[in-house]
Design a protein around this ligand. Structure first.
Ligand code: AMP
Ligand code: MG
Length: 497
């Protein structure tokens, strides 16, 4: 099959990586193909499932027209600079132009050792690979910018992890690009000024072609705008990335690198799931601040390219970095207001944004105090609105139980209800942005556990549910249920290695 690869990264930024084929594996076997995505990319799903397709997706054969490269990057990990990271277990196969004319990277993850592997084996286990499939598909269905998962293939080889031998697996990831803040950090610290300029020009052409080539602040603002909206969207669904190092922040504004990420159950802003984040640097509530911190690193990378008096430049950089907080706050307001049925662009009569902010703030602090489930509460609020006008409206059993929990929100509901003019229409709009189904941690673990022993049925079933997050179905009742108390209290996630 002809993938119609174009390889601008290999061609124009070849010096920023190593030309290298994936490492062949023992027994390629495809276990997942994302058919709608394959079609969007102009690829034949049937072929991807074939023997020849499996060979490419497991890294045993190089796809027609591909010039594989392991990309180099640096990055700040937990606040400390690592000068040499890079694709230690990934290969960019090339770029394809999708049906909408968008350029998309196709990359393998878990595809063998590279010069950037350091002590690692270059491999991935089936659990973390399918975890990325599930969470990235959920994010996409929730309307959140994300890298996508095209396929997962087993290698027929074992990989050794803390938990013992695991089934080796390779993920095919699709991204607007794999350019990260850390990519610029590598070139700023170890490259020449010309290389830095070439890289930034490559970024501009790829993501912000409408900007003038020397509009470096414009590029900074464009990345900051995308991050402000992205993080606000994460917050609005209770998503915790878990490892927001600068090498895991994409300049495209897509969510990238699904390692120890997880969704909140009960609303507690201090929630940390990642086993390696003992200081809580990347806890739920810190994500906007960390995004700002990462953008400061981006600004440092652009400064050498900008003409001006050094002190004035640093002052301007500081001002721009600091303005991220307002950018973020504006996007957070938009997304949280929508969750309670309010459109900030056309506020109800006599309501101002301060009032909306107070309403959001009081709701969240009450949810925290009452330990309410972040996801079901918003569905229950819509159900409550409906019940105020139609006592016969069918309310889903788990949500009904949650509406009893809404007792703690009585005062808040009174204040909110007073500004809602059309309860039924508002409830319908709320249900379009508030998911009934997210990849709940206990369900993800159950699906990955089964897949680890070769049973993919729970994975397939969960995938179907999370691809339809807003459509409640009676037979999916258990997928809307919060995790059992004991599970939620002790849940820990690990980096996808
Ligand atoms: P991550 O936390 O997944 O973003 O990875 C951080 C760095 O570690 C990247 O440079 C990865 O390529 C590298 N890495 C992670 N796992 C492995 C592995 N199993 N083998 C080689 N390199 C790895
Ligand atoms: Mg990474």
């Amino acid at each position: 099959m002809d993938w119609h690869f174009d390889n601008t990264y290999a061609r124009d930024l070849g010096w920023l990586g190593v030309a290298l084929a994936p490492v062949p594996v023992k027994e390629p076997r495809v276990v997942f193909v994302n058919e709608p995505l394959a079609v969007e990319l102009g690829l034949d799903p049937q072929w991807l499932r074939s023997e020849a397709g499996a060979a490419v997706l497991a890294g045993s054969a190089v796809a027609e027209g591909s010039e594989p490269v392991a990309q180099a990057y640096a990055g700040h990990q937990f606040g400390y600079f690592s000068p040499r990271l890079g694709d230690g277990r990934a290969h960019l196969l090339g770029e394809v132009i999708d049906r909408h004319g968008r350029r998309r990277d196709i990359a393998l993850k878990g595809s063998g050792r590279t010069p950037f592997s350091r002590g690692g084996d270059g491999r991935a286990a089936i659990g973390p690979v399918l975890r990325e499939v599930l969470i990235s598909e959920a994010m996409h269905a929730l309307g959140i910018p994300t890298t996508r998962s095209l396929a997962a293939a087993e290698t027929g080889e074992k990989v050794w992890r803390d938990t013992g031998p695991q089934r080796g697996s390779v993920l095919t990831r699709v991204a607007s690009s794999h350019l990260r803040v850390g990519t610029l950090e590598l070139v700023r610290t170890q490259g020449s000024l010309d290389q830095l300029r070439d890289l930034v020009e490559f970024v501009r052409q790829r993501h912000d072609p409408d900007l003038a080539p020397d509009d470096y602040w414009g590029l900074f603002e464009a990345v900051a705008d995308r991050q402000a909206d992205l993080i606000a969207r994460w917050m609005s669904v209770g998503f915790i990335h878990g490892v927001m190092n600068t090498d895991n922040m994409a300049l495209s504004g897509e969510t990238i690198d699904y390692g120890p990420c997880a969704f909140l159950d009960r609303y507690d802003p201090d929630t940390v799931y990642s086993s390696i984040d003992s200081g809580g640097r990347y806890r739920y509530s810190a994500q906007p601040t960390i995004a700002g911190w990462n953008l400061a690193r981006l600004a440092e990378c652009l400064l050498p390219l900008i003409d001006g008096e050094p002190d004035a430049l640093v002052e301007e950089a500081n001002a721009r970095v600091n303005s991220f907080a307002q950018k973020y706050a504006a996007r957070f307001r938009v997304h949280l207001a929508a969750k309670i049925g309010i459109d900030v662009d056309s506020l109800p009569e006599g309501v101002d944004v301060e009032q909306v902010d107070r309403l959001i703030g009081t709701l969240l602090s009450t949810m925290e105090r009452e330990s309410l489930d972040f996801t079901t509460t918003f569905r229950a609020l819509a159900a409550h609105l409906r019940s105020t006008t139609d006592s016969t409206s069918a309310v889903h059993p788990p949500l009904l139980r949650n509406s009893e929990e809404l007792a703690g929100l009585t005062d808040w509901i009174d204040a909110w209800g007073a500004i809602i003019t059309d309860p039924v229409e508002t409830a319908a709009r709320m249900d379009e942005v508030n998911p009934a189904y997210i990849p709940r941690n206990h369900l993800v673990e159950e699906a990955l556990g089964a897949a680890g022993s070769g049973d993919f049925a729970p994975f397939e079933a969960l995938l179907e549910v999370i691809r339809n997050p807003f459509t409640e179905r009676a037979e999916w009742a258990r997928y809307a249920e919060p995790a059992p108390e004991q599970f939620a209290a002790t849940y820990v996630t690990f980096c996808g290695t």
